[in-house]
Every structure is written in structure tokens, then in C-alpha cells.
Design a protein around this ligand. Structure first.
Ligand SMILES: NC(=O)c1ccc[n+]([C@@H]2O[C@H](COP(=O)([O-])OP(=O)(O)OC[C@H]3O[C@@H](n4cnc5c(N)ncnc54)[C@H](OP(=O)(O)O)[C@@H]3O)[C@@H](O)[C@H]2O)c1
Length: 346
């Protein structure tokens, strides 16, 4: 098998720089092009001193990347809308694409236009995109040209709920997903709402009933389980750099036992390298810097509710690590290549 030439579009952002950190150590990937509009012409290690000695490349404008000759696969670490424009531009080139934005995550273009409040600029490509959650859709990812990498909150919610919905152990209409994220989830740009004094030692909910990850979680879980899934999703902003912890509440179907819950969890996830079943509720630091999603599930026999807790690093399993996992699957590499970094604890 040949090695792979990789382009990273949007390399100056958080998920872009995380892709570089992971791919710099990947034995089969060569990073050939890194792009930024704002920092074109600068050395990458000038912008990111932590990458000194790992990589020596100059940032170029995305329009200057020679997609046809220089790269076999392109990661798009761009804001939504910008991303779909780029996919449209390079679609006729012989190149695979992994898009980290939300532009191709929903199966219905109408739903995209409703939740993202904008027209989709290439609806004809939406059906070509495969949702890139390896633990659920590995076979289709392997044959895809365009992989739509999942959102960070959806990764934590979908992994937590999928086994129990698939095995019909919970009511698909009575689910609450209560998620908390570190600030890197909002991207590198400084905003008043994420500025240090405004988030430090504070904690708040946002996007109640309107967050764009709501239809993504419902859509993917409905397709996977074959039932119409409806969730109440509330994200919160934690005064931390990285990490998402989701506490998920679901009504167990009448007669469901703790043994059935554990059996569903183990039959779905024991074979999975990057999902760890935990007997105690996991914490954010226990997955920090790694591609793991840790899952704990418990049936409260007093209330008949299931409580599921998941944790991920939003920049790794929630974005760039999962994107590299998808690349490994698409290219027939061992799925964990370049991703076996242990969590940074404490
Ligand atoms: N952060 C997360 O935890 C996370 C998790 C999952 C998915 N995502 C998704 O991944 C994507 C990237 O997220 P991020 O957090 O890395 O964002 P970010 O930190 O804001 O970085 C965005 C990147 O896009 C580039 N960019 C912005 N506008 C552009 C334009 N018009 N043309 C070309 N390049 C442009 C920026 O480059 P310059 O400004 O340097 O030109 C920058 O490199 C987003 O769609 C996000 O929703 C993020």
C-alpha cells in the first residue's frame, strides 16, 4: 500500500491544528499542504510553536492548493457554508474528502436549510456523503469518497444511545441529552461569549431547543435504530479548554433489566478499540488528548430511567481523531493507526 498525501484546509483553527498534531505522527500519511486565508505565507510552526520540530511547512491560501497533483485526501476544517463551497469546487478532482463541518451531516437538505437558516449550495452532493461515525457505519465509510465527520456533541450522544435504541430497550420519544463542553468547541476566534473573563469560573446553558446538533442526533439515531427518535438537547459551556461530558436520561421500556442494559452495551462496544465501557461514571480528564469515548450506563430501578454518561475530547474523538479514524477506514489502514495516544492524566 502506498503512503498518502494529505491536505488540511483550515489548518490555522483548532481542529486543523489537532489534525496536524495527529497526522505528524501517522506512519502512512504525509502532510503536503496546509491552508489559511489569514495566515498564508507564514510558517506553520510560527503560528503553532508547539509543532516546532514536528513539521516544517508554509501555510498557503486554499485556492493555491494543487488538489489534482499534490494530495490524495483533503480534510476540511472549515466553518459550515465555506466547506460545502470547497467540496463543490474540488468534486471533479480525483481526491477523497473528509469534511469536519456540519454541511453534509443531515440526510435531508430541507432540514439543513431549516436548522442552518441558509440555502445549501450543492444539494446534489448531499446524498454522496456518508456519516463518519466508525462504530456505527464502518462498512459504508470504507467505500465513501465524501465523509461527513460527526459533530462533537452528536458523537457523545449517539455513542451513548445507539445500543439501547437499536435493542429497543428505551422509549425513543423520551430522551434528554444534557451536554457540557469546553470552550475549544466554539473555534479559535475570540468572541465576547467565550472570552476568558466571561467564561472563567462560570457555567451556562445555551442554544436551548435551537442547537443545530439536535437534528443531527435525531436523524442519525433514527436511521440506525429504525425508530423515530426525538431528543431534548441542551448544551452547556464549561470553563475548560477541552472535553464534552453528556448525561443522558431515557425512559426504559417496561420490564427492561440491568442485565439487558449491560448486555446491549457489551455486545455493541466490547469489540471497539475506541469505546471503553466504564463501571463508574467517567470524567473528562480520563479521555483528554485521546480518541476514546468512555461510556457508563445504569438503570435506576426506582424511577425506571436509564442514565448514560459519556465523555470525549471534543477535538479528538469529537473531531480530528475521528476524522483520522475515518481516513484509516477509507484507505484500508489499520483503524487505530496514529490514534493510540493515551489520555493526558492528570
Ligand atoms: N472545535 C470543535 O470542537 C469541533 C468539533 C467538531 C466539529 N467542528 C467543526 O469543524 C469545523 C472547524 O472547526 P474549528 O473549531 O477548527 O474552527 P476554527 O478554529 O474557527 O477554524 C476555522 C478555520 O477555517 C478557516 N476559514 C475561515 N473562513 C474561511 C474562508 N472563508 N475560506 C477559507 N478558510 C476559512 C480559518 O482560517 P483563517 O482564519 O486562518 O483564514 C481557520 O483555519 C467547523 O465547521 C466546526 O463546526 C469543530
Amino acid at each position: 500500500m502506498n503512503d498518502l498525501d494529505v491536505g488540511i484546509v483550515g489548518a490555522s483553527g483548532y481542529t486543523g491544528s489537532e489534525l496536524i498534531r495527529i497526522l505528524a505522527e501517522h506512519p502512512r500519511a504525509n502532510i503536503r499542504a496546509v491552508t489559511s486565508e489569514a495566515h498564508a505565507g507564514k510558517k506553520l510552526q510560527g503560528l503553532f510553536p508547539h509543532l516546532n520540530g514536528l513539521i516544517d511547512l508554509e501555510l498557503i491560501r486554499s485556492g493555491d492548493m494543487d488538489v489534482e497533483n499534490d494530495v490524495d485526501i483533503v480534510f476540511l476544517a472549515l466553518p459550515h457554508t465555506v466547506s460545502m463551497g470547497f467540496v463543490k469546487e474540488i468534486w471533479n478532482e480525483d481526491v477523497d474528502v473528509i469534511d469536519l463541518s456540519g454541511d453534509f451531516r443531515l440526510s435531508s437538505v430541507e432540514d439543513y436549510e431549516k436548522w442552518y437558516s441558509m440555502e445549501h449550495s450543492c444539494p446534489e452532493l448531499n446524498d454522496k456523503a456518508v456519516y463518519g461515525l466508525p462504530e456505527l457505519f464502518r462498512e459504508t465509510i470504507a467505500n465513501a469518497r465524501l465523509v461527513s465527520n460527526p459533530g462533537c456533541y452528536p458523537t457523545s450522544a449517539i455513542i451513548g444511545l445507539a445500543p439501547f435504541l437499536k435493542e429497543k430497550l428505551i422509549d425513543p420519544s423520551k430522551i434528554i441529552v444534557d451536554s457540557k463542553s469546553g470552550v475549544t468547541g466554539a473555534g479559535v476566534k475570540v468572541r465576547t461569549s467565550t472570552h476568558f473573563p466571561n467564561i472563567n469560573e462560570d457555567f451556562r446553558a445555551y442554544g436551548i431547543g435551537t442547537h443545530r446538533h439536535t437534528p443531527e442526533i435525531e436523524d442519525v439515531l433514527s436511521i440506525y435504530s429504525g425508530s423515530v427518535v426525538s431528543i431534548q438537547f441542551t448544551p452547556h459551556l464549561l470553563p475548560l479548554d477541552r472535553g464534552i461530558l453528556s448525561t443522558i436520561y431515557a425512559k426504559a421500556q417496561e420490564g427492561t433489566t440491568e442485565d439487558e442494559i449491560q448486555e446491549a452495551l457489551h455486545s455493541h462496544y466490547s469489540p471497539e478499540e475506541f469505546i471503553r465501557i466504564r463501571e463508574e461514571p467517567p470524567s473528562l480528564k480520563q479521555v483528554r488528548g485521546s480518541n476514546y469515548c468512555d461510556v457508563h450506563a445504569h438503570l435506576d430501578s426506582r424511577t425506571g430511567n436509564m442514565i448514560i454518561v459519556t465523555v470525549i475530547d471534543n477535538l479528538v474523538k469529537g473531531a480530528s481523531g475521528q476524522a483520522v479514524q475515518n481516513m484509516n477506514i477509507m484507505k484500508g489502514f489499520d483503524e487505530g493507526t496514529g490514534l493510540r495516544t493515551p489520555p493526558l492524566m492528570p
